[in-house]
Ligand binder design. Structure first.
Ligand code: NAD
Ligand code: DAU
Length: 363
């Protein structure tokens, strides 16, 4: 039997989409190491929990002894590092966990992978890969007319989250340069799709709109994000894993720049159509502009020409097709949303939104 790949953070949003596709399409054995923070939900993976190719390990990437034991036991053929604290607003409210998991955790994982790599010989050594999943937020913010972020754009992180991811990227780069660890890195734009925790813009707005709660748009809502369907991000990661050049980074994006107001209006129109008997129609009457996020980045945009040119990857979904699929998934899976929005979630909503003043905007 071939050695498994190691996924960190496979119970989170992007990781679980990756794991479900990988196991569903019988791509090989996989070990998922996840701490199950508030963002990790084992329910998401219940359909594959008995699959012989799937192993779940409940643990922390900061735990060096655990990592060493896992590498010795499974002799991984590759590491795909998704685990992170990922929400910008939480990083502003409490940066500690971001520095611990995103920086210390990445360091411990690199050390364990390096020790393992040094023990490999022949084809196993030639084929080993460490793929670090990162973000476009490391590049900072763009003005309306600036060209999109490319792989050589200088790092200029603005939030504690972005700074911690930038630090982890630098560690990965240094471990390749200094220790010759065969690394690959991806910097991706905003993802949306099934199983995204409803603290992020799109699932939060869907959950609030269905409940008839206000839709809290930060500031003027003219901030721009470049949206990518999560399945396309996963296919890009598989492409980089299979064909990426060692030590290189690849920017991944959907070429779908939208202002937050455009996203929220599109959502409201879609919900008006898909839930015609809702007492909250027209949903856009729920929009409320609230106090802005401190240090809010104005615009992100990704130049994804390198991964298309060199590896032949392109997204399959347009914003329109991916967005409709996503809204339909949330409408068809209320039990999943209820499962993740009890207890601690309510506390977060109070902490993040309780102090924001704002006004409702009628359409
Ligand atoms: P998420 O917050 O939904 O999931 C993170 C997962 O990591 C959770 O399952 C959590 O339990 C786990 N985790 C957290 N700390 C851990 C630790 N110390 N040890 C082990 N597991 C731990 O995140 P996501 O949105 O799926 O993002 C995954 C990765 O992709 C992150 O590295 C993020 O920076 C990056 N990324 C995200 C986006 C996006 O739009 N969501 C875009 C680009 C890049
Ligand atoms: O760009 C990639 C990044 O995208 C990832 O690295 C992060 O992990 C991911 O969280 C995401 O970061 P953003 O800060 O862009 O995503 P978020 O969904 O939190 O916010 C998207 C935009 O919507 C942003 O401009 C802030 C705004 N927003 C967000 C929330 C939660 C609101 O206006 N109201 C809200 O309630």
């Amino acid at each position: 039997m071939s050695s498994p790949i190691l996924i960190t953070g496979g119970a989170g949003f992007i990781g679980s989409n990756f794991v479900l596709e990988w196991i569903g399409n019988k791509r090989g054995p996989l070990v998922n190491l996840d701490k199950l923070t508030y963002a990790g939900n084992p329910l998401t993976l219940s359909t594959i929990e008995n699959d012989p190719d799937y192993t779940f390990v409940h643990g922390d990437i900061c735990d060096a002894d655990l990592l060493q034991g896992l590498f010795q036991k499974y002799r991984f053929s590759a590491v795909l590092h998704f685990a992170a604290e990922s929400h910008v607003d939480r990083s502003i409210a409490g940066p500690d966990a971001f520095l611990t998991t995103n920086i210390r955790g990445t360091f411990e994982l690199l050390q364990a992978a390096r020790k393992h790599y040094d023990s490999l010989t022949g084809a196993k050594r030639d084929n080993f890969r460490f793929l670090h999943v990162s973000t476009d937020e490391v590049f900072g913010t763009l003005s309306p007319d600036d060209p999109a972020f490319h792989e050589e754009t200088p790092y200029a992180p603005n939030s504690p989250y972005a700074a911690s991811k930038a630090a982890s990227d630098h560690l990965v780069r240094a471990w390749h340069h200094t220790y010759k660890l065969p690394t690959l890195m991806t910097n991706c734009s905003n993802n949306y799709g099934p199983y995204q925790f409803p603290e992020k813009l799109i699932p939060l707005m869907i959950a609030n709109a269905l409940a008839g709660k206000s839709l809290p748009v930060y500031g003027d809502g003219m901030q721009v994000r470049d949206w990518l369907y999560v399945g396309d991000h996963c296919s890009a990661i598989r492409t980089v894993l299979a064909k990426g050049k060692l030590g290189e980074t690849y920017n991944i994006g959907g070429c779908n720049q939208r202002t937050n107001m455009e996203v929220v209006h599109t959502l409201c129109n879609l919900l008006d159509e898909l839930v015609p008997d809702s007492p909250h129609r027209p949903h856009r009457n729920l929009i409320k502009h609230v106090t802005d996020r401190p240090g809010h980045d104005r615009r992100y945009a990704i130049d994804a020409r390198k991964i298309e040119r060199e590896l032949g990857w392109k997204p399959a979904e347009s914003f329109e097709t991916g967005f409709r699929k996503t809204v339909e998934w949330y409408l068809n899976n209320p039990a999943w949303v209820e499962g993740v929005t009890s207890g601690a979630y309510q506390h977060w909503i109070e902490e993040n939104y309780g102090h924001r003043t704002g006004q409702t905007v009628s359409a």
